[in-house]
Each structure stands twice: as structure tokens, then as C-alpha cells.
Design a binder for this molecule. Structure first.
Ligand code: KG4
Ligand code: ZN
Length: 352
């Protein structure tokens, strides 16, 4: 069965057509993403109203293009998957309205998918014939602009959140630090690039909550530590909104701050994963979400897994950021059917 998937939870309008490849993989026939980055760059972050308007403009052309690229029409599509939550409500509503309208008009099942399940299952998208896929039980670290969470996965459809950020998400902290350093939105790639020429030991930023004994995170203090390093004697009268990097912090200073901040994030994720592997002796580790594109984080967590003899999986770069292919993957891999062959979403199993 081919499915059409739609994703519009934040600032990417996306549609994909996909089908299952055996029991454990998903083949993508079309993957169309229309990014709104240029519009939000002007404001240094995503403006929900602007995002919703742009989704409205793009949603039909994007779906249309995905169907054409997959050489599909309503007859070949068995069901429609759409991101249910989490995300920006005005943005989510655009994708959900389009999906509901198509499902009604075409008489297809509508399957709602959790965005974070989408990120997790993005590693099951087939890249080549030889590729292996994660074996369960697995631990998934989902690091994105809106979320940071650890998941234990025992089977397709059995996912349990075992820890999450108590404040900022990792990607959000990259975005905020980028603003402080005068770098453009989205901050992750910009900070990562600036860090290439910096000294990761120039500043000793905190490694938040690494001794908390649980799998939660907190990244807002790290951002404040970067702000404090920039302004040794901050004035209570200074307008934070008009803050800009003093010229003396350009060049090497910026690189050192970016590298030291990134190292603090890397060390925090590394430490938490090492602790999680002690408690949960899993067969695979999955790193997913927009921040999974970060080379330093990938490298550090891959090395840890090699050391612990656990298989490590990250999505291809094009499936790290938001896309509808991952929504299709989560839908297809978690899908069950009723006695008439009609697709049913899996119940979330309780207990161990
Ligand atoms: O998964 P995603 O596209 O959207 C959400 O679901 O939130 O993640 C976007 C986040 C942004 O905060 C962006 O700055 C971050 O991923 N990001 C990165 C990198 N590329 C994107 N963070 C660190 N390093 C990168 N190379
Ligand atoms: Zn996302």
C-alpha cells in the first residue's frame, strides 16, 4: 500500500509518498519539502502567524508535486497520514485540514502520527539494499528545535519517553546562542560552522544536569552562561532585545564561544547517553531530529556506541530536519490492520 503523508508542524510544508519495504523498512517514492527559513530569518525565529499563512499557500502545490513525482493519483493511495502533534497549533491545523479534506473526498483512512515518532522512525527509511536497521530494544535520543527527549523502544508502536528537557530544547539553545553571537537563523548550522575554528576549551560552560540521576535535560542555563561570558558585568538596564555582539567578540572570540558552547552540549548528551546505556542494555541507539545533523554530536555519540558495542543509527541529512517522509515511515511501521484489511493505528502498549 502507498500512503500520502503530510507534515506542517513548524516551518516546513512537506508531503511524501511512501510504501513499506519488507517488515522493517520504508521506501520513499517522493519527498517534497518547502522551507520557510527565508521568511523567518528576518525575525530571528519562527513567527507562528507567518508560518501558518505560508503553509496555506504551499500545502496544495507541495502535495500535488509529491503525487506527481511518485507518479500517483488518488487511486494508488491507500491512506493519508498527517502530523497530529506536537507543533505550532496554527501550522498543524493547515496540514490537518488538508489531510482531512483529501481523506473525505478520496474516501481514504486518515492516520494521525506523532511528530516525534516521525523523527524516531526516520532511521528506518531505506537508503540502499545492504543497509541494516535498528534492532529492538533501542534507545532514541530525539534532538530538535522544539524537543529534546530520550525514548525507550521495545517494538514498532511501543515507545516510552524516559526523559526530556525541562526548559529549552537543544536546537532552541543553538538558535538562541546563534542570536547572541550575531549569527543567522537557524542557529544550529551557523554555530556548528563557527565552532569549526574555535577552541572548545576556551570557556568552561556548565554541563547541565549530568548528575541528576535521571534522563532529563535543561539547556536554558547554558544559554545564559554564554550571555554572561559575553557581558561580564551585565547592566540591569540593558535592553536584551537590542543586544548585539560587541566587535571585540567577532572572529576568534565568536569561534571560541561557539565551540565551547557546542562542546558543553556534546558532553551533556554523551554523559546522559552513557548513563542511559547502563540502565537500559539496548541493542541499538537512534539519534534523530534537526540537531542530529550536527557533526560533533554525531561523532561523539557514535564513538560512545562503538565503545559500548551498541549499533548507532542516524538518519540521512535530508531526513534529520522536518519532512513528511518520516511521518510516512512512522505511520507505515506502526500500522496494524483490522480483519477487513483496513489500516488501524497501533494502540500504545502499556507495561513492560
Ligand atoms: O527537527 P527540526 O527540523 O524541527 C523541529 O522539530 O523542531 O529541528 C530544527 C532545529 C533548529 O533548532 C536548528 O537550529 C537545529 O535543528 N539544527 C542544528 C543543526 N542543523 C539544524 N543544530 C545543531 N547543529 C546543526 N548542524
Ligand atoms: Zn521536528
Amino acid at each position: 500500500m502507498k500512503i500520502l503523508a503530510i507534515e506542517s508542524s513548524c516551518d516546513e510544508t512537506a508531503a511524501a509518498v511512501a510504501t513499506r519495504l519488507g517488515k522493517q523498512r520504508v521506501s520513499i517514492l517522493a519527498n517534497v519539502v518547502s522551507s520557510q527559513i527565508d521568511a523567518h530569518k528576518l525575525y530571528g525565529g519562527v513567527v507562528p502567524e507567518v508560518a501558518a499563512r505560508l503553509h496555506l499557500e504551499k500545502i496544495i502545490p507541495v502535495i500535488d508535486r509529491a503525487l506527481r513525482e511518485a507518479k500517483c493519483n488518488r487511486k494508488n493511495i491507500g491512506a493519508i497520514a498527517v502530523t497530529e502533534e506536537p507543533g505550532l497549533l496554527p501550522s498543524l491545523l493547515v496540514g490537518q485540514s488538508a489531510a482531512r479534506a483529501l481523506a473525505l473526498a478520496w474516501k481514504k483512512s486518515l492516520i494521525k502520527v506523532n511528530h516525534l515518532h516521525g523523527h524516531i522512525y526516520s532511521v528506518f527509511i531505506a537508503q540502499n539494499a545492504k543497509q541494516s536497521v535498528p534492532q529492538f530494544p533501542a534507545l532514541a535520543l530525539v534532538v530538535s528545535g522544539g524537543h529534546t527527549g530520550f525514548w525507550l523502544i521495545r517494538d514498532f508502536g511501543w515507545e516510552r519517553l524516559i526523559g526530556q528537557t525541562l526548559d529549552d530544547a537543544v536546537g532552541e539553545s543553538f538558535d538562541k546562542v546563534a542570536q547572541l553571537l550575531g549569527l543567522s537563523y537557524p542557529g544550529g548550522p551557523a554555530v556548528s560552522k563557527a565552532a569549526e575554528n574555535g577552541n572548545p576549551r576556551a570557556y568552561n560552560f556548565p554541563r547541565p544536569m549530568i548528575q541528576s540521576g535521571d534522563f532529563n535535560f535543561s539547556f536554558s542555563g547554558l544559554k545564559t552562561a554564554v550571555l554572561t561570558a559575553l557581558t561580564p558585568n551585565p547592566s540591569p538596564l540593558r535592553d536584551e532585545g537590542s543586544f548585539s555582539l560587541p566587535t571585540k567578540w567577532g572572529g576568534q572570540g565568536r569561534g571560541d564561544l561557539a565551540a565551547s558552547f557546542q562542546q558543553a552540549v556534546v558532553d551533556t548528551l554523551h554523559s546522559k547517553l552513557a548513563q542511559a546505556l547502563l540502565k537500559y542494555p539496548v541493542r541499538s541507539v537512534i539519534l534523530a531530529g534537526g540537531v542530529a545533523a550536527n557533526p560533533a554530536i554525531r561523532w561523539a555519540l557514535r564513538s560512545l556506541c562503538r565503545e559500548k558495542k551498541v549499533k548507532f543509527y542516524v538518519p540521512e541529512l535530508k531526513y534529520c530536519g522536518d519532512n513528511a517522509a518520516m511521518i510516512a515511515a512512522a505511520c507505515l511501521l506502526r500500522l496494524r490492520r483490522d480483519s477487513a484489511g483496513k489500516p488501524l493505528p497501533p494502540p500504545d502498549k502499556e507495561g513492560d
